[in-house]
Write a protein that binds this ligand. Structure first.
Ligand SMILES: Nc1ncnc2c1ncn2[C@@H]1O[C@H](COP(=O)(O)OP(=O)(O)OP(=O)(O)O)[C@@H](O)[C@H]1O
Ligand SMILES: [Mg+2]
Length: 250
């Protein structure tokens, strides 16, 4: 039977999609004038920097200072627009059977150098012989990286980053725990919201992107945190198991 009356949640989903497309279009339109401004500011910077005798005059120095302020603000706007577009585009993932442990290790290798520099020690506990997981490895690495970067930012004076994966039946739970500043209950409640950020210069898209990627992998993400003590994010993913001779997500 054909349903002539679309359900209200279908209408809402279509409206949200249309709004998302409009917003992405708007963000895209903002990019062009921003790059024109950046180019002209770079030319102005060059003009003022050169000066008559090779040294900028006092007036040129004042102009240069303002040019640099404008350049910083343009960079900030560009980052906001880029992050938004990445989020809006997000769309689909392309999953294939993959080695989760290897994927986690690659992310940790990527962040280790900077973490060490900041006095953050890694403690890693990953199981051997874990069944494969259906992963879009690029997207999943991004999801984990967002958690690791947040953990680093929560430990400006160093600390411990504990990354574990534990198999429970047909699922695997990955946890990323830090001993950083932690969150108050309001932040715990809101941290996955788009644009929720308590950081200077933060866009607040990191965790909402992570959550979306995890859900695109048929997984769930949760957080536990205590102000002043630390934070733990946990992701539960289905393992790839044999169902009637066909491999499927558990
Ligand atoms: N490990 C953590 N420890 C403490 N607070 C955290 C942690 N992870 C996230 N938060 C809180 O959740 C907020 C949202 O995080 P999210 O990653 O979405 O955005 P952000 O880090 O502020 O900005 P960005 O878009 O650059 O990632 C943070 O601003 C912070 O208040
Ligand atoms: Mg973040």
């Amino acid at each position: 039977m054909t349903d002539l009356h679309p359900r209200s949640e279908d209408v809402a989903a279509t409206q949200a999609e249309a709004l998302g497309r409009l917003a992405a279009g708007l963000a895209h339109e903002i990019k062009n004038p921003l790059s024109t401004m950046a180019i002209n500011l770079a030319l102005l910077e060059e003009d003022c920097g050169r000066g008559e005798q090779g040294e900028p005059s006092a007036r040129d120095k004042r102009v240069l200072k303002r040019v640099h302020t404008l350049q910083r603000e343009i960079k900030r706007l560009e980052t906001i627009v880029e992050d938004f577009l990445r989020y809006a585009r997000g769309g689909s993932v392309d999953r294939a059977p993959a080695d989760l442990v290897q994927t986690i290790r690659e992310v940790l290798d990527f962040v280790e150098l900077e973490d060490t520099r900041q006095g953050i020690r890694h403690h890693v506990d990953l199981p051997a012989g874990l069944p494969l997981v259906m992963l879009d490895t690029g997207a999943f690495k991004q999801a984990l990286l967002n958690l690791c970067v947040n953990a680093r930012q929560a430990m400006p004076d160093g600390g411990e980053l504990i990354v574990r994966a534990v198999r429970t039946g047909q699922q695997v739970e990955i946890s990323v725990t830090d001993t950083g500043v932690g969150m108050d209950p309001d932040a715990v409640e809101r941290c996955f919201e788009v644009y929720y950020s308590t950081k200077k210069g933060g866009t607040g898209l990191g965790l909402s992107t992570t959550r979306r990627i995890v859900e695109q992998h048929n997984g769930r993400i949760a957080v536990l945190s205590e102000k002043g003590r630390g934070t733990s994010f946990s992701i539960v993913l289905p393992l790839l198991v044999e169902i009637h001779g066909k491999k499927e997500d558990a």
